[in-house]
Design a binder for this molecule. Structure first.
Ligand SMILES: Nc1nc2c(ncn2[C@@H]2O[C@H](COP(=O)(O)OP(=O)(O)O)[C@@H](O)[C@H]2O)c(=O)[nH]1
Ligand SMILES: [Mg+2]
Length: 380
């Protein structure tokens, strides 16, 4: 709006001093001549305001919340793939190629740190580790990142009994979720002509430190998806994003049950920490009119993890079998039980890296939201 008003003011000033014959106008004549221009401009502004109001009433703000690394940015990327033009621009692909290579080196360091944490002796691997570090430094100095030679060396390290042993205990250490995904295809990812696929992009990881907004069309509604950081330090930002939120999409890392929570958290594991945040969100007065969608995410990792870590080790109340179905339903009930009884919640199980799954779930939940929203407000 200020832009439109500035335009009007400029036009008024342009015409103030003289008419097109260069004759200086007196103030009364000036007013008389300006009136139709002002009236027309006023009408233009009113049309613009009406149009904005109409568009705003069709925009639904959807806020993504959840603990760190629960899958918020992955869901955003999926929307970019499903509802927009995905990731095709050369600079985007270049960014992800570099990010993926940096993720791979981060995993390498995490595996080394993990070995010392769980006391796996790395003595016989030291020579290889030094070689990888040296070659990587050299590659970076030359303006590159990973290359086929580094790929071979990293594959050799990955296949070593030490790295395999520490990977087996991945839930005890800090390790990016996609470690196995990257290390099982280093020959492709380290090629000099490597171009990330959509699945590679979904598997990459960069902590969100700002606020990211994606807008896209869903049926006849424009959705504005707002992604904020999940780390404790980022949560202060959440409050600023609560205005006009129609839908909160809360994402939970199901596999978090086996991860010790941050020392600063009161809860013992990441899933319990997420439960506490979810409780706060579901009872928040500011969000009481927002629809609350719950994505119980990383179902694929959760299923694998159950073979290694009993759910009852982390949730002593759980007395079911250590299988996917009873375990996931137990967790769903746990989340529903901390919300006020009348708070409508739409729970779903998801694997955010799976595009078909996200497309199907998102469609189902948004259809329910739009149906209820139409009933309540006439929107949609
Ligand atoms: N295997 C698997 N990985 C996932 C899933 N959801 C997210 N990830 C991975 O988890 C990591 C963190 O996800 P991200 O979306 O960045 O989390 P955020 O911090 O909540 O934004 C990324 O490497 C994702 O590829 C899932 O359902 N399954
Ligand atoms: Mg993120």
């Amino acid at each position: 709006m200020p832009f439109c008003l500035a335009g009007l003011t400029n036009r008024l000033y342009d015409r103030r001093s003289s008419d097109h014959h260069g004759r200086v106008l007196d103030p009364a004549e000036l007013d008389w001549r300006l009136e139709p221009i002002a009236r027309q401009r006023n009408a233009e502004i009113q049309t613009y305001i009406d149009q904005c109001k109409k568009e705003d009433s069709k925009v639904m703000k959807l806020l993504l919340l959840g603990g760190p690394a629960s899958g918020k940015s992955t869901v955003c990327k999926q929307m970019q793939i499903i509802h927009k033009d995905g990731f095709q621009r050369p600079e985007q692909l270049d960014y992800y190629r570099i990010l993926i290579h940096s993720n791979i080196m981060e995993i390498f360091r995490q595996l080394i740190d993990g070995c010392s944490q769980v006391e796996i002796n790395l003595a016989s691997l030291q020579k290889l580790i030094r070689r990888i570090n040296r070659k990587f430094r050299l590659a970076v100095q030359e303006g590159g990142t990973l290359n086929p030679k580094l790929g071979q060396l990293l594959t050799a390290a990955w296949k070593s009994p030490q790295f395999q042993a520490v990977y087996h205990r991945h839930y005890e250490i800090d390790l990016l979720d996609s470690a196995k995904y990257w290390y099982s295809q280093l020959d492709r990812v380290c090629r000099l002509d490597f171009v990330p696929t959509p699945q590679d992009i979904l598997r990459s990881r960069a902590p969100t430190t700002g606020i990211f907004v994606t807008t896209f069309q869903f049926k006849n509604v424009r959705l504005k998806l707002v992604d904020v950081g999940g780390q404790k330090s980022q949560r202060r930002k959440w409050l600023h994003c609560f205005d006009d939120v129609k839908v909160v999409l809360f994402i939970v890392d199901l596999a978090g049950y086996a991860k010790k929570a941050d020392e600063a958290e009161e809860q013992t594991n990441n899933l319990q920490a997420a439960l506490k945040i979810f409780q706060d969100i579901s009872t928040s007065r500011v969000l009481k009119n927002a629809f609350l969608l719950l994505f119980l995410n990383k179902l694929d990792i959760f299923e694998e993890l159950l073979e290694q870590v009993d759910l009852s080790e982390c949730f002593p109340d759980y007395d079911g079998e250590n299988y996917l179905d009873p375990a996931k339903h137990y967790i769903r009930e746990l989340f529903l039980s901390v919300a006020p009884p009348k708070r409508g919640i739409f729970p779903y199980f998801t694997t955010a890296t799976n595009t078909d799954n996200v497309e199907m779930v998102f469609q189902a939940c948004m259809e329910s939201v739009l149906k209820q929203s139409t009933k309540a407000t006439g929107l949609a």
